[in-house]
Design a protein around this ligand. Sequence first.
Ligand code: HAM
Length: 419
Amino acid sequence: MIKAIKGVKDILPDDALVWQKIESVARDVFYRYGYQEIRIPIFEQTELFARSIGADTDIVGKEMYTFPDRDGTSLTLRPEGTASVVRAYIEHSLHQHARMWKLFYFGPMFRHERPQAGRLRQFHQAGVEVFGYSEPHVDVEVIALLHRYFTQLGVPTFRTNVNSLGDEACRPSYLKELKKFLEKIANLLCENCARRAQTNPLRVLDCKVEKCKAVLTDAPIMLDHLCEHCLFHFDAVKAGLEQLEIPYSLNSRLVRGLDYYNRTAFEVVSTNLGAQDAVAAGGRYDGLVKALGGPMIPGIGFAIGLERLALLVRETVNHTSKVDIFIVALGENAIKEMLPVLDWLRTQGVATDMDYAGGSLKSQMKQADRAGARLTVIVGDDELKKRSVVVRDMQTKEQQDLGLLDLAATLIKRCAEFR
Ligand code: HAM
C-alpha cells in the first residue's frame, strides 16, 4: 500500500470543517483591518530563500526541499511566505502603485524537519505582510490583529511575547558582546549551540536544552543595548499595545529562526501545544525589500501555523449540521420520484442529500443522523400510492404526513424556521 510521505498530513472532512472556520474567520478579520489577499507560487528560485532567510539559518542550511529544474536552475519548495511576497512586491513594483500595502496569504509551506507532534514537513500558514510603514503604530496593528483574530476564533489560552532585536546601528555591537560571552562559556554549551555561537549567536538564546538555559541566564540581552531610535520605537509599541489593552509579555530571550528581522519581534504561544508551543510568529523586516533588490521600504508581518491553530480550536467547531434535509427513499420507484425534489431543494439553497442505493429504513435513518439532518423525508411504496410522504423532525421526533404537491413549499418554509 502506498502511504503518505512522513511529516505530511491529510485533512479529513471532519477536520476540514475546523480549517474552513479558521480560514473564513481569518478572511473576515483581515479584510476588516484593510488587508488584501495575495497568492504566491509554491516554488521559487533557491537563491530567494538563501538571500532572505539567511544562509546560516537551520531552514536554509538543512531544511529546504531543493531540486534542480530540467535546465539546471535550483528550485526550492517555499519554506515560508514572506520571501515570496517580498519578491512579488518588488517584481510588480507595487510600491509605485500605492505607498502602503497590507497583504495576506494562506498556503502550504515545506521544511525538512524531524516530524513530531506539531511539527510537519508540509504544514500550512496564514500570514500577513505590511509594506511602507516605519511607524510603531503598524507594529501595534499587526500584533492587535493577531490577538483579535485568536479571540474571535475562540482560542482558549494563548500568550503574546514581544521583544526588540535592534537594528543595524545597535545590533552589531551587541552581537560582539554576546559572542564574547559565549566564548567564555563555550565548553558548557550543547553541541548545537557551540556551533551556533559562531554562525548565528542570537539563536543560542532560545536553546531549549536545560544545561544551556542554566549557563545563559547571565547572557547580555539586546534590550539593554538598543540605540535611541530602537528604544523609542519599542517604547511606542509597548505603549500602543497597552492603549488597546492587548495583553503581552516582554521576553528578552525571544529570537527568531529567520535572519531578516529587526526591531519588533513577537510570537504567540499556547500551553496546550506541548513542546512546539508557538502558534504564530513574526516581526519587522525593514531591510528585506532592499536586500532583495527593491527600494528601501520597511516591512512587518507574521505567520500562523494552521495545524497548531486547528489543534487549539478543534473543540469549538460544530461537527454536525451538514445537511438540512435527508430524503429516505425506500425502493427504486421512490428514489426516482424523489430525484426532482432533491434537485429542486438544492437549487433553492436547501442542503439536501439522499442515498441512491436505497437500503433499509433503519440504515438510512442512521445516515440521516450522521449527516446532521434537521428533517427527514420518508417515502416508500405505500406513500407513493397515496401520493404523500412522511416528514420527520429529527429533534422533536414529530412526524407529519404531507401531500407530494405541498412538499417542496412546506420544506422550504420549515428550513427557513431553523435558520
Ligand atoms: P516561522 O516562525 O518560521 O515564521 O513560522 C511561523 C509559524 O509557522 C510558527 O510559529 C509555527 O506555528 C508554524 N510552523 C513553522 N514550522 C512548522 C512546522 N515544521 N510544522 C508545523 N508548523 C510550523 C515564518 O515563517 C515567517 N515567514 C513569519 C513572518 C511573516 N514574519 C514576517 N512576516
